[in-house]
Design a protein around this ligand. Structure first.
Ligand code: GLN
Length: 192
């Protein structure tokens, strides 16, 4: 399996190393900078960063069209990447791939809580809580019918899956815990 990390802006190096730990020799992990690379991929990470910048660069290099024309591609969008998967962005006019039936609000935790860390219960990852780092994070404010909600902070949805798409409001690449990357590869993208 070839797994790409979109390498236009944001937490690219961290995701490349987290993915390499999670793949454990079962596939190849590559940095994706060109549209022509996308058709060879089975899975893609869209990292955290600045969603407006990543969106503009995606369009500039035709990567958006390449993603939309690869029907098998599994996508893991973290933070800015989750925003780029959403059908609807409540508080900004900006580009998104609109692949998941979710609405998001950007920078939704407010000034006092721009960055914080919390232990999340995510039953799909086992009993041990997942230490989640939030940095100017979005929240998922609406999840459509086909969307499975996997974790919340208070009432806000922060992790959700729809078929081969996984949207995460926090930064799983910033801790040593590779369970969410592994869950994406094995359960969402079907790596055996
Ligand atoms: N606030 C950023 C955005 O809206 C996302 C933050 C992040 O990816 N750490 O694009």
């Amino acid at each position: 399996m070839k797994v790409g990390v979109l390498a236009l802006q944001g937490d690219v190096a961290e995701h490349l190393s987290a993915m390499r730990r999670a793949v454990r020799g079962r596939g190849e992990v590559v940095a994706v900078k060109k549209a022509s690379q996308v058709k060879e991929l089975s899975a893609l990470v869209i990292p955290g960063g600045e969603s407006t910048t990543i969106g503009k660069l995606m369009q500039k290099y035709g990567i958006d069209r390449a993603i939309l024309s690869n029907p098998e591609l599994a996508i893991f969008g973290t933070c800015a990447g989750a925003i780029l998967l959403a059908k609807e962005i409540e508080n900004y006019e900006q580009f998104s791939l609109r692949l998941m039936d979710i609405a998001v609000a950007r920078n939704a935790f407010g000034r006092q809580r721009e960055s914080f860390e919390v232990d999340l219960e995510i039953p799909q990852l086992g009993e041990r809580p997942f230490h989640a780092v939030f940095i100017r994070a979005p929240i998922i404010t609406r999840a459509g019918r086909g969307v499975e909600v996997l974790a919340r902070v208070e009432d806000a949805i922060v992790l959700a899956r729809q078929g081969r798409y996984l949207a995460c409001a926090f930064h799983p690449e910033l801790t040593r815990d590779a369970r969410l990357h592994r869950y994406f590869l094995e359960e969402v993208a079907g790596l055996s």
